[in-house]
Design a protein around this ligand. Sequence first.
Ligand SMILES: [Mg+2]
Length: 360
Amino acid sequence: MKITAVESMLLRVPTPKPIALEFPQQGLVTTLIHTDQGVTGLGYSLAMGGGGAEAIQVYLETRLKPLLIGQDPLFVERLWERMYRADRGIKRQGVAGYAISALDIGLWDIVGKASNQPLYTLWGGMTDRVPVYGSGGWPAYSLDDLINEALRYKAQGCRYYKMKIHDPDPRVNRERVVAVKKALGDGVRMMVDVNQKLDVLGNIRQAAMLEDLDLVWYEEPVLADDLAACAEVAHAIKIPVATGENNYTRYEFRELIERRAARYLMPDVCRANGFSETLKIARLAAAHQVLVSPHVVHELSLQVLGALSNGFLAEWIDWAPADLLEGMPKCEDGHFRISDRPGHGLALGPDAVKKYRVSP
Ligand SMILES: [Mg+2]
């Protein structure tokens, strides 16, 4: 099989309230990989709020696309190495990680379609049904927005809810968490997310104020660059630490694991160089009693979780309009059943390109 063309486009998709209070739209750098055998792979990377999406598309078009044309898409590992090693100067991570991810996801979609199997069984299946946690709770929400969102996830069977703790005053964060916990009642546990906003001492003070609330995890305490500081927090606080949505490679995750910097790792398949690298990160975690709970894009990360013995929960942010993607899994009693369609099982909706495309 040969790759004959790679198309890329940027989709801008409006979000509903209350998520729109924080992110009025999302950016999807989307790619279609065409082959000489009529199989097409769909890949995309989600840029939260649309930030950086244009740069990701330019990088993909100018640096990566030429490396794939004429190649056999079934050799994903070879093509991943080709893309990853092609550009060791300007690249590093971030923009390039998002761009490689979109293409790697599209290549795996071709492999799944060519073998007529969903990816999770192709990788060796563990489960076809994955529990999720409801995620949101941004600082732009009023307390009512926050509680209503948490209750909406609970009504769909979610047994976990995650919210942000971004107020500069740690007491305010505690009050908001306590109010949500009270509204949710027994049967739903919570997680909190710092999103890199504090230093080591700030985290120790904040976490001490939340210790009695039976939280599942305390997320992304410090700048994602500072793995040593993350480890220091993890060793100092009583709540298990989760991190990794802004780490990109097996090398960074190896260091997080070796430093015992987190009990839960959260690679994002759209940032951490695609399915290929996320699977490597997850296998590495399995050797160290560390659980994997992938970041956002649950419709894609379900495939990864379906193949892991150390998978924990998928993150569900319920933002995507019904006409964006066909094959979106539905929540049933707090779980998603993984699609049995070949590949990742998703396709762009018939009107999605016309409606949401903003770039040529
Ligand atoms: Mg987070």
